[in-house]
Design a protein around this ligand. Structure first.
Ligand code: NI
Length: 399
């Protein structure tokens, strides 16, 4: 009997101890949760400090604010320096990203504060460059010129800065690495799918490429695709014939394949029968390759007199921004020409037969997108701008 009593007491005390421990762990945990929730809320209610051209956040958390001040104090005494920032709090991390313009030269800095451990962490801890670096480099390769790519891969992310936002993690590369680039070099690793095509665009332009297909055509297309963009390729019948796989890839890749006639002759100098032959044979070849029909024609040299117009029973597409890429054969020139001249509704003329043009496309597409442009096909531009394309009619732009 005595044994049983002790035994019961023993059981009861074990149960009590268990309940006590569970309750205290639960209370401890929920208190910790409440504390980190409170801290999270506090970090979200930061104050924006403006001191001349210097802007920075104040979180009313000594350890964080003093680190921020260390950065800001470097620039406070200097003239012609502008500091702006973005800041973002997730459940795990507070990220503050600074953009510093020092006498016109841009650079970046950022801070990451781990909310759970209450310690600062390096960019490599926020974003693991060791394991994810190749993904970042792939994105750089598809968006920027080979020159930019080579510099970034040689730098090995030593001058990479991290900005966290709703969209995911953006990795910025120090502009001082590159010579005179007008645009930010950055890679966005989004949380979900990248939805470039669903972003809001206030300006639309058509990219057009003539005289191909060539060995550069697929790379031009892939650059467009990786930037959520499209173009119209006015290709020659006599080149489609020998580059059928390229034509198929363009068509299946969502590009618009159109006709630049069969052999690039000056249509103004041809007889009616010869004009028909140049146009119709190209449609037959395209139809044999893809099963689809040509929808647009671009006359070689832009030459289309009234006789030509009356024989070509397609809309005739000219252009209003001529990059003269064939003349200069210089990526930088093509890049600058587009950025200086392209406006809403324009049709841009390039040629997918030059490596310099491919290079220019890689450089200019991300910049145009960052300036609010949608880059698309001639037909889509026309339809966005409310045009009904008519046969035997020339178009230079859609405004
Ligand atoms: Ni041409």
């Amino acid at each position: 009997m005595k044994y049983l009593k002790n035994y019961l007491l023993y059981i009861i005390s074990v149960i009590c101890l268990f309940i006590f421990l569970s309750v205290s762990i639960y209370m401890f945990k929920s208190r910790a949760n409440v504390l980190s929730q409170r801290f999270y809320n506090k970090l979200n209610k930061f104050e924006n400090i403006e001191d001349g051209n210097i802007k920075y956040p104040n979180f009313d958390v000594k350890e964080i604010d003093s680190e921020i001040e260390k950065i800001v104090n470097i620039y406070k005494k200097e003239k012609n320096v502008e500091v702006s920032y973005t800041t973002y709090v997730t459940e795990d991390i507070l990220n503050t990203f600074f953009i510093i313009k020092d006498n016109g030269v841009t650079s970046y800095k950022n801070l990451n504060f781990d909310i759970k451990t209450r310690e600062f962490v390096s960019n490599n801890q926020v974003f693991d460059f060791n394991s994810m670096g190749s993904l970042v480099l792939d994105k750089v390769k598809s968006k920027y010129s080979s020159n930019v790519y080579n510099i970034i891969s040689a730098d090995n992310f030593k001058n990479a800065y991290v900005s966290v936002s709703d969209n995911g993690v953006s990795i910025y590369f120090d502009p001082r690495l590159f010579n005179n680039l007008e645009y930010d070099v950055k890679v966005i690793l989004s949380n979900g799918e990248e939805k470039i095509s669903e972003e809001f665009y206030d300006k639309v332009i058509a990219f057009t490429f003539d005289d191909g297909p060539s060995k550069y055509t697929i790379d031009v297309m892939n650059t467009l695709i990786s930037n959520g963009s499209k173009a119209t390729f006015f290709e020659l019948g006599n080149r489609m014939k020998y580059n059928q796989e390229t034509v198929k890839s363009l068509y299946n890749g969502g590009m618009e394949v159109a006709s630049h006639t069969y052999a690039h002759k000056n249509l103004n100098k041809l007889s009616e029968a010869e004009i028909d032959e140049e146009v119709n044979s190209t449609n037959i070849i395209f139809n044999e390759i893809t099963g689809a029909n040509i929808g647009l024609v671009r006359p070689p040299y832009g030459n289309a007199n009234s006789k030509v117009k009356s024989r070509v029973l397609y809309p005739l597409i000219l252009w209003d921004v001529d990059t003269e890429d064939w003349l200069y054969r210089d990526a930088e020139h093509t890049y600058n020409h587009i950025l200086e001249n392209a406006k809403d509704g324009d049709i841009i003329l390039m040629h997918d037969i030059y490596p310099e043009t491919l290079e220019a496309v890689k450089m200019v597409v991300p910049v145009l997108i960052s300036r609010g442009y949608k880059i698309t096909t001639v037909s889509e531009l026309a339809s966005i701008k409310g045009y009904n394309l008519e046969i035997s009619t020339t178009y230079r732009y859609f405004k």
